[in-house]
Design a protein around this ligand. Structure first.
Ligand SMILES: NC(=O)c1ccc[n+]([C@@H]2O[C@H](COP(=O)([O-])OP(=O)(O)OC[C@H]3O[C@@H](n4cnc5c(N)ncnc54)[C@H](OP(=O)(O)O)[C@@H]3O)[C@@H](O)[C@H]2O)c1
Length: 352
């Protein structure tokens, strides 16, 4: 029997793509395909994987045509990029366009979901109006989120499919294969500081320590994406998806120090990408002492990502009123979840 919902999750080896594929595959009435250039490190038995390069228009067109009747695209892809530099709008648009051109040919497409993020509001540039609402004016800077949404919106007007977009804030999740990860990067930072006999200094400026921030648990995001992509009245809308609570680093920091039985330090702005650059041998030593599984520090921590996240001196709050009013009421406790995830890294012998 043909299933009614055939999902193609593009970017399935990324943290978001993997979580979306997992969430969708929980419903037995769905067929789920996962697309990326590289094979996944932990494939899900319910997902069929396809390796193709979305920048190779001819090849991806042929490979995607072979999948048959895709009804839903979940675009969780992102062109390879460095931290703290502009992510190429043209290249990111090209990947989405090639995917859509290849999938649309079957004539079965019903919906395209696009994952965006706080970057839509310019969270990475400077202060922005908070709590950020989906319809507020855009930040005056190039942003691939804008190009991709405008492309989908214009194209859907002359097509039989609809679109939706999710905007999570900074994500928290257990993803041992993804070093660009707030929890594992902070856990590795704390463990290294302790091993050096240092206190747990906050590496950003005082304003960042005291600003209000917000995160999104990855499984919550995946549930939100499943909801908006399959709910008729959500068609052609974007939604903020956050845990709905807020916190300050100054409140979480002493608890992080406590989790590693180390003293809280001071606010000491520094570039972790420089300061932590040569800590691989110390990490190896920690791995031996604590019988850890992952010996490559750059597989567990991304210092540039941490630098970018902990140096924001402005509040980061996305409003969840629209999401709630339209029917999604899920939430999470950010600090509790942060430490549950950290515990999982530690009990799985990835962080001491
Ligand atoms: N990560 C976060 O903390 C976060 C937070 C909020 C919002 N977001 C947003 O979520 C979206 C996805 O970001 P992400 O961080 O999850 O991405 P990511 O971890 O960098 O994953 C990108 C995915 O795209 C695939 N990909 C890249 N180039 C490709 C190509 N040419 N052909 C086929 N697949 C390709 C990658 O797989 P291969 O390399 O194997 O091809 C990977 O599966 C972005 O819009 C981002 O702004 C991310």
């Amino acid at each position: 029997m043909t299933k009614e919902h055939t999902a193609l999750v593009a970017g399935v080896t990324g943290a978001i793509g993997a979580a979306v594929a997992h969430e969708l595959s929980q419903n037995q009435n769905r067929t789920v395909y996962g697309l990326s250039r590289n094979p996944p490190s932990s494939p899900l038995p319910e997902v069929s994987y396809l390796q193709t390069d979305l920048s190779n228009r001819q090849k991806c067109s042929k490979d995607i045509a072979a999948l048959g009747n895709v009804t839903h695209i979940y675009y969780c892809g992102r062109a390879t990029h460095s931290e703290q530099v502009l992510e190429d709008p043209e290249h990111n648009l090209e990947l989405l366009r090639n995917l859509l051109d290849s999938t649309e040919k079957s004539g079965t497409l019903q919906h395209v979901h696009l994952v965006q993020g706080g970057k839509y509001y310019g969270v990475h540039i400077g202060p922005f109006p908070t709590p950020a609402q989906e319809g507020q004016p855009r930040a005056p800077a190039p942003n691939f989120n804008y190009d991709q949404q405008d492309f989908l919106s214009a194209r859907s007007e002359r097509a039989n499919w609809t679109w939706s977009a999710s905007r999570p804030n900074t994500l928290i999740h257990y993803s041992p294969a993804v070093a660009r990860n707030l929890v594992s990067s902070l856990g590795a930072y704390a463990a290294l500081c302790k091993a050096m006999g240092a206190a747990l200094d906050f590496p950003g400026p005082a304003q960042a320590y005291n600003s209000i921030t917000q995160v999104t648990s990855l499984d919550l995001l995946a549930r939100g994406i499943s909801w908006m992509s399959c709910t008729g009245h959500c068609a052609n809308h974007a939604f903020n998806i956050t845990n709905t609570d807020i916190f300050r680093w100054s409140s979480l920091w002493p608890k992080l120090a406590d989790a590693f039985s180390m003293p809280v330090g001071t606010v000491r702005p520094m570039q972790l990408a420089d300061v932590m650059a040569d800590r691989q041998s110390l990490w190896m030593q920690l791995c031996r002492q604590s019988n850890l599984k992952q010996t490559r520090l750059n597989r567990i921590a991304n210092w540039g990502y941490l630098d970018a996240t902990l140096t924001r001196t402005w509040d980061e709050i996305l409003c969840h009123n629209k999401t709630r009013a339209m029917g999604f009421h899920d939430w999470d406790n950010s600090e509790d979840r942060f430490f549950l995830i950290l515990d999982q890294y530690r009990s799985d012998a990835l962080i001491p």
